[in-house]
Design a protein. Structure first.
Length: 149
């Protein structure tokens, strides 16, 4: 058998210790039969929703929102009605602004440099586009390659 089973669209309704592991009962979220299974381990991937951190609840009414989410500017500061010199910065909160790459950890250093530059008020860290380290030989349409044997 498979080393694991992924039950999409199911809700864990019961979990009990069993002699051979963990006894589980699942209910399909859109109807259907219950699933009972004894397993070694259970991992519940319950999803993730961005929510305004409790720390910001006191200024929530001053944040600029777009479809209920704070507007994140190019320097990763939040749009708000407070003084421009006072900024609130966010990491991993702008997928709706910048796309699926926003939560990517490989971009964390670049985002941090953007934020640091903004806080400092000058470009201390070069965050401009970097060309690839690889160079591809581009052949023009007129250039032909002849192979002889």
């Amino acid at each position: 058998g498979r080393p694991c089973r992924i039950l999409l669209g199911h809700q864990l309704t019961a979990i009990d210790e069993a002699a051979a592991g963990v006894s589980t009962t699942w209910r399909a979220t859109h109807g259907g039969a219950r699933v009972r299974e004894t397993v070694d381990a259970v991992v519940c991937a319950t999803g993730y929703r961005h929510a305004l951190p409790e720390l910001l609840h006191g200024v929530a009414e001053r944040l600029v929102l777009d479809q209920g989410r704070p507007v994140v500017r190019p320097d990763f500061s939040l749009g708000w009605t407070g003084p421009e010199r006072n900024r609130i910065y966010a990491q991993n909160a702008a997928r709706h602004e910048f796309g699926v790459a926003d939560p990517n950890l490989s971009l964390l250093a670049w985002r941090s440099a953007e934020i640091a530059n903004s806080v400092l008020g000058y470009e201390r860290f070069d965050t401009s586009a970097v060309s690839s380290a690889l160079e591809w030989d581009t052949l023009s349409a007129e250039r032909k390659v002849h192979i002889t044997s």
